[in-house]
Ligand binder design. Structure first.
Ligand code: F6R
Length: 630
């Protein structure tokens, strides 16, 4: 999704802004741009805003700024993922205001970058046009630039404060003004924005993600909902929601580890491949320090005790999107079978808008890698507004809005995930959800010490078990050679492995652009069997569980229609490779945890199929990492 970097400094800040954009590239974008205050570096230059914008990669933007000599000590930069208006240069940020008094036609007084969506942009646009403002883009963002301009009377902070009061929707913005060469003003509501406290020279930074500032500063202030921030040389000033400009808000400065290591590819071709192979490490980090099942594992940062909450709840409501939703679907099987707790799993974007029957005794569990997904955050707030106050998140980013807004949390330690297609975040979410299941089972008196010991032993063995599955890569590559020639694929699973089939299909479609669908295998003859021909490979997840014999019948149904099966089979399933049946035998493993292992060959299948088709694996078309707009 969109990314913001901004700075007030004494040195030419353009290389740092562009480098920041490069660090945010993995989030997905279709255009980029940078604007600087020309006289901020050299006071002899005429005051004015300069900019460069491009629909190519950030590397091309860098060439453009060098050719056009765009440099300055105060600047803002942006990567845009199109929502309003096509990915064309005139829609790329930064946007300039063109005031009515700006007869020369040169760029106006305000430069602005924006993440999020302004819902009332049409009415604001009409009002501004009526006042003579001329629009040069189809974006909702340009409205904010003109709005700030319309409120400006010598103080940018005041103008931004007045402008955001008129906005409905989600935004993180960074704004500069032609007449204030050493000032950038930021504001956030609904989209993340952080302040980077500079380590020398009085410089300060703004960014939508601390990762953009890796190597520049590790002193980070996480701005809160409704905050405005005023960046000037040698000082910064934060004002909270609804406060007067003279009352600064105190926000802690945190030392945040730079993620520079995550950006190194090492021996891998793509981040996705690297992240698939990092799963043993990610799981062992996620489970580090777990000596036994105790509710304290889920205690909130504000001291909320999980044991109290666990005693009170009688059901679980899981809210999430995409891959995280599928990890929730798998957890439902664990929660109902092991902990005996009725569990409902809802797609966050649906839940937030439908009329549902709230249960104040339900534990609302949000699952999110980024902790910033707009739909999941909105679904959480919706549940809270309905009176459901027991909230817990399984999240990969300890400093995210989701962790701040939930009472309880389990932080997965997958590390930064750069590939747009989620892999290690998924398996670490499953690990966190399995722990949650055990903790709830224990608090409901459904976990004996022997069961606890057996589950924990199997969890500790997961990194080794994952290594054994990763060793199957050469066999998966031979499957991928067949898949690369296909345009459709079907994935089948039953029970706990149906969500794994769903996740396998999602991975394949996301990065190889092959149309893939997943079904619970028992549904086959209720419709999808009509699609089965020799041109429709059918991937089957076949662990040796209670449903194996039924699954074997479903496989016969496929073979009888000339369908070609690709089966992930456990050693003792007695499913053998034969005409039209390709079998990869899974290493022996602990039954309840098998979803964590079965998903890995499916991730590898999607990855190698995409490589064979030559797609942009880490940045698939139209997709973005961290979906911070609705
Ligand atoms: C798919 C994928 C997405 C995310 C979804 C939710 O590979 O990554 O489906 O899972 O956008 O994102 P988070 O987990 O950040 O809330």
């Amino acid at each position: 999704m969109c990314g913001i970097v901004g700075a007030v400094s004494m040195r030419n800040i353009v290389p740092i802004l562009v480098q920041g954009l490069q660090r945010l590239e993995y989030r997905g974008y279709d255009s980029c741009g940078v604007a600087v205050h020309a006289s901020s570096l050299d006071a002899t230059r005429p005051a004015g805003l300069q900019r460069a914008r491009s629909t190519a990669r950030v590397a091309e933007l860098l060439e453009q700024v060098q050719t056009d000599r765009v440099d300055g000590a105060t600047g803002i930069a942006h990567t845009r993922w199109a929502t309003h208006g096509a990915p064309e240069v005139h829609n790329a940020h930064p946007h300039f205001s063109h005031g009515t008094g700006d007869a020369s036609g040169t760029p106006g007084r305000v430069a602005l970058v924006h993440n999020g969506i302004i819902e009332n942009h049409e009415e604001l646009r009409a009002a501004l046009q009526a006042r003579g403002y001329v629009f040069t883009s189809q974006t909702d963002t340009e409205v904010i630039a003109h709005l700030v301009d319309s409120h400006y009377s010598g103080d940018l902070f005041e103008a931004v404060q007045a402008a955001v009061a008129q906005l409905h929707g989600a935004y993180a913005i960074a704004v500069m003004h032609r007449d204030e060469p050493h000032r950038v003003v930021g504001a956030r509501a609904g989209s993340p924005l952080i302040l980077g406290v500079g380590t020398g020279g009085g410089e300060h930074f703004l960014a939508s993600d601390a990762m953009a500032l890796a190597g520049v500063t590790d002193q980070i202030v996480y701005l809160e909902e409704g905050d405005l921030v005023d960046l000037q040389l040698g000082r910064y000033w934060i004002v909270g929601k609804g406060r007067e400009a003279l009352t600064p808000a105190q926000r802690p400065v945190r030392t945040v580890q730079a993620h520079s290591g995550a950006a190194e590819l090492g021996p891998y071709r793509h981040y996705m491949q690297k992240e698939i192979f990092e799963q043993p490490r990610a799981i062992s980090d996620t489970l580090e320090g777990v000596e036994g099942i105790v509710p304290e594992l889920f205690d909130g940062a504000d001291g909320t005790a999980a044991w109290r909450v666990f005693k009170e709840i009688d059901s679980v409501l899981i809210l999430a999107c995409g891959t995280s939703y599928y990890s929730g679907c798998a957890a439902k099987y664990w929660l109902e079978e092991i902990a005996g707790i009725p569990t409902q799993v809802e797609v966050a974007s649906e839940y937030r808008y439908r009329t549902s029957v709230p249960n104040p005794r339900s534990l609302v569990v949000t699952i999110t890698q980024s902790g910033e997904t707009a739909d999941t955050l909105a679904a959480l707030r919706h549940a809270q507004s309905l009176g459901m106050q027991h909230t817990l998140t399984i999240c990969n980013v300890a400093t995210s809005a989701m962790v701040r807004e939930c009472k309880l949390a389990y932080i997965t330690r997958a590390g930064v995930e750069i590939g747009v297609a989620s892999t290690k975040a998924f398996t670490t979410q499953l690990a966190g959800l399995f722990l949650l299941t055990l903790a709830l089972a224990q608090s409901k008196g459904r976990l004996t010490p022997e069961q606890e010991a057996a589950h924990l032993k199997a969890m500790r063995h997961l990194p080794v078990a994952l290594q054994a599955v990763l060793a199957l890569e050469p066999q998966v590559i031979s499957w991928a050679e067949d898949f690369a020639r296909m345009e459709n694929a079907l994935f089948l699973g039953r029970g706990l492995h149906y969500p794994i089939a769903l996740e396998g299909a999602l991975k394949l479609k996301e990065i190889s652009y092959i149309h893939a669908e997943a079904y619970p295998a028992g549904e086959l003859k209720h419709g999808p069997l009509a699609l089965v021909t020799s041109a429709m490979p059918v991937v089957t997840v076949a662990p040796n569980d209670a449903l194996l014999e039924k699954l074997k019948s479903n496989m016969q149904e496929v073979r009888a229609r000339a369908g070609v099966l690709y089966v992930l089979a456990d050693a003792d399933t007695r499913i053998e490779s034969s005409e039209g049946i390709h079998v990869i035998r899974m290493p022996e493993h602990y039954g309840p945890l098998s979803p964590l292992l079965h998903v890995v060959p499916l991730q590898l299948l999607a990855y190698h199929t995409a490589c064979a088709r030559g797609t942009d694996v880490d940045k698939p078309r139209n997709l973005a990492k961290s979906v911070t707009v609705e």
